[in-house]
Each structure stands twice: as C-alpha cells, then as structure tokens.
Design a protein around this ligand. Structure first.
Ligand code: MN
Length: 492
C-alpha cells in the first residue's frame, strides 16, 4: 500500500504552504497516479487545513483520505469533522520524546495510546497508529505500545523513523522483529532522508514484511525530506519486479505539478524526475544510446512519462549532434556536420551553454540555409504595478500574418509569456516546460539570461534569451525556441 504524505509531511517542508485549492489539485493528481492513501493534512492545525481536508474528502476520490492527529481529543474531533476516512494518530514512543516533549511517564503513554485509539475508533475512523521516533524507542516498550493500540482496535501501525536514523540492515531487523511479534498486524514504514537512506530503508522494511510505505512526491518533507515516492516505486518495479497500484507513466507530470504548486524545484540530478535524469550529453554515451538505449539508460524514460534528450554542448559527439539536427529536420553533409561540431565545441569551451536554438542557428549558418524565423516580435507592452493586474499585449508576425493577443499573469514576465503562448497556440500547440533565470552580473542593471525548455508533441527544445530587461530576455528565449519548433526546414 502506498501512503502518500506530500500534503502533510511534504507540506511541512520549510517554505511550503499550500492553499486548500492547491491541495485539492495535488490530491486529484495523486489519486490519478494511483496512491492508496492520501494524508491530506492536519485537520486541527488551522482553518485552512480543515477546509483542505474537507474539500478533498468531498471529492469522492478512490484513495482513502487521512488526516494527521496527536493523541488529543480535539485533534481527533477535528479529523471527524473534516470528513476524512482515517486518522494517522501519532504518539511519542522514545524516552527522549516522552520525557522531553510530553513530560509524561511511560505508563501514561500506554494509557494515552489506548484512550486515543479507542476514541478514534468509536468516532468511526480507520486508525493508523504512528509511534513517533519509534526507531529510537526501547523495543520492549514499543511492542507494549503497539499491543495496546491493537487491542483497542487500531487498523494499522506505522512506527516512525522520525529523524531518519535507520540503515537498511537495521530496518530489516526492526521490521522482522515486529512482524514476528505481530504477524497479523498491518505494518507501515515512515522513513526520513537525513542520511539519504529513506528509499533504501523503505524497501528494506517491505522486504522484512511491512505492508505499507509512507512517501512524498519529489521526496519533500521536513529537514532532508521523506522517502521519495517516484524512487521507491520505480525501484520496486525495475529492481525488485514488484508492481504497485501506481501508474508510473504519470510520475513526471505529478512531480511537475507538485514542484510548481509548492514552489520547491527539483534538483537537476535527482533520480527519475530531475531535469537531467534522461539527458545524455557525452559523445561516448549518446553514440551508444543511439544504437541501444539500454547501454546508458537503466530506466526507459517512457515508463515514467518522460522522453530521452540528447543535449548539445562541448561533451557532445558528432553523432549526438547529428541526431539532434535530424530531429530539427536538418540533414547536413559530413563536411557541414564537422564544421557545426567544431563550432559547438568552441562555444562550449568559452563556457557558453549551448541550447538547441544555438545549435540550430549554427547549423543554418554553416549549411548556408536562409535564416527562417516563423515568428517575429513586432510590439510588446507590459503593464505592472501595485494596483494593476500585470497585463501584456503582444503583436507577433507569424509567417507574414499579424497575431495580436493580450493576457494577464502573476507578474510581468508571466503575462508576456502567456500572451505569446496564447497568440501562437491558435496555430501551434507549444508548451513551456521549464524556465530558468540567471543574473550574469551583480546590480539591478544585470544582464539576465533566461533558458526555456519548450515542447511540441514529442519534440523538446531548449533556447536562451539574454537582455538587460528580464521580460525581454524571457520573450527572446521563448521566441527562439518556438522558431526552432516551427522551422520550415522541418518540411524538407
Ligand atoms: Mn515525518
């Protein structure tokens, strides 16, 4: 069983705060992805949390909807009021937490466990008991606490590795011992990534007989985060041949949605969902990949809803560049290819990031092709300020035809990009997938570099714009990329 806590533990990521509407949007996507349980928040924490869990509960999703609660009557009452199906009832179990956090005795904890589980069960909830900091608790006491919970009707028990101190070996031993003591009890694992072992520990727990894992999308969560859903699932599928309810083709879309709505971007080299996870630049690798993907690609990208990308740049080989050009509809001769290759390497050696749009421009020059720019910017006006909704109006020239469009946005850049996208989307369905800004120099007059990644169907291109004005740099990047995607040479 996959218990997703992106909306509770994941939301406790420093700097993240989701509105009820955003939580609902993520919950819908998690349900589509196929998670079994969605921990949607902490009902007693705030009015917004209560509202979010209620909204999600009313949505009639396939997944069980759960709320976090402490062993406190008002917390459990809030869960009932929210309409959630279940409660993740967390009660401290280690001496450290019992003494220093709750300032109670162990007997009082056992009593609290029994009372809280009984109260939650009597209130009609499915109860998942979560002994907190269980991996630092005295095992004898932990077993007593679990037994207490079970005898009062707890449906599942998830001892938490609250501070992420398990190793795969210890996890295996820990869960084996609990499974021996409680063979009929559904056990879960809740692993944190303080030492980078959350995924390995979650899998070790499953191997030892655990029935459920707590995970978050993109590995979000307090401190170093929780076990990453995408990593646990894809490892189970490809390394252990274990199928789950998760539709892995939706993993990447889910990751993008979560990073967009939480504002926490994924590191480029992150497994499965990082920007570079399926990008090959080195010549040796691209050469082999083109003849057989398995050589340097342990995960077929389509399994997780992604596509392979061969990056151009100074590490690229001529075959990789040839393949990239062919995707753009360009078929240079051997001599031209050699010259294009030489120029791309030279750009890379100067420290320049070589985007697809740069490669395209180099190839056009070397091959003596007429420079085709399907879209030209004729006019752009952006209005922004503290009392207006940022609005942009744009006039483009698309193959000689004028296109006029206006749009509003979160800020001036967003408004300008939206206006262009709206104008062009009538003709070409182009999607902006990524947007990065670098300020090259210090001050507020810095030269700004914007790199975008655009998609049209299966084709993805990168492009850059550089300008002193961030709006213009963004527009330039967008148009450069769109021009590659819409180039006329594609038809030759
Ligand atoms: Mn946690």
């Amino acid at each position: 069983m996959i218990f997703d806590t992106t909306l509770r533990d994941g939301e406790q990521t420093p700097g993240v705060s989701l509105t009820p509407e955003k939580k609902l949007e993520i919950a819908r996507q998690l349900d589509k992805l196929g998670v079994n349980i969605i921990e949607a928040g902490f009902a007693a924490a705030s009015q917004g949390e209560m509202e979010a869990i209620s909204l999600i509960s009313k949505e009639n999703l396939k997944a069980e909807i759960c709320s976090f609660a402490r062993g406190v009557k008002k917390d459990i009452d809030a869960v009932v009021k929210s309409g959630a199906d279940s409660v993740f009832l967390v009660i401290p179990s280690s001496d450290l937490h019992i003494k220093h956090k709750l300032k109670k005795s162990k007997d009082e904890i056992l009593e609290l466990t029994a009372k809280s589980v009984k109260y939650a069960k009597d209130s009609g909830l499915i109860v998942e008991l979560g002994p907190e900091d269980a991996t630092r608790a005295d095992m004898k006491f932990l077993k007593k606490m679990i037994a207490k919970g079970i005898s009062e009707g707890a449906d599942r028990v998830t001892p938490c590795d609250t501070v992420g101190i398990l190793t795969p070996e210890r996890t295996y031993k820990f869960y084996s011992e609990l499974k021996d003591a409680f063979p009929d009890v559904k056990l879960g694992a809740h692993c944190h990534d303080d030492f980078g072992m959350a995924v390995a520990n979650s899998i070790a727990a499953l191997k030892a007989g655990a029935d459920e894992v707590h995970v978050t999308m993109n590995g979000l969560g307090e401190r170093a985060g929780n076990a990453a859903l995408e990593e646990v699932i894809v490892s189970l599928k490809l390394l252990y041949n274990v199928e789950t309810s998760i539709k892995t083709e939706s993993l990447y879309d889910t990751s993008l949605l979560v990073s967009r709505l939480t504002g926490i971007s994924v590191q480029p080299n992150k497994a499965i969902v990082g920007e570079n996870a399926f990008v090959h630049e080195s010549g040796i690798h691209t050469h082999a990949i083109l003849s057989k993907p398995l050589t340097y690609e342990p995960i077929p990208p389509e399994i997780v809803g992604r596509t392979r990308r061969l990056a151009v740049g100074k590490h690229a080989g001529s075959r990789g560049i040839k393949a990239a050009l062919e995707e753009m509809g360009l078929h240079p001769s051997e001599e031209h290819l050699e010259e294009i290759f030489r120029r791309v390497k030279a750009l890379g050696d100067k420290g320049k990031i070589v985007t697809d749009a740069d490669l395209y421009a180099v190839a056009e020059a070397v091959m003596g092709l007429p420079t085709t720019r399907a879209i030209k910017l004729e006019e752009l006006t952006v209005v922004t300020g503290n009392k207006v909704i940022p609005t942009a109006s744009v006039r483009l020239n698309l193959n000689g035809n004028p296109l006029t469009e206006a749009a509003t946005g979160i800020g001036p850049v967003d408004a300008a990009m939206q206006a262009i996208r709206k104008a062009v989307s009538a003709v070409e369905p182009i999607r902006l997938e990524e947007y990065h800004v670098n300020a090259i120099t210090g001050g507020t007059d810095a030269l700004v570099e914007v790199i975008v990644r655009l998609r049209k169907g299966d084709r993805v291109v990168t492009a850059m714009g550089a300008h002193g004005d961030i709006v213009m740099a963004s527009v330039e990047a967008m148009l450069n990329g769109m021009n590659v995607l819409m180039s006329n040479h594609n038809k030759t």
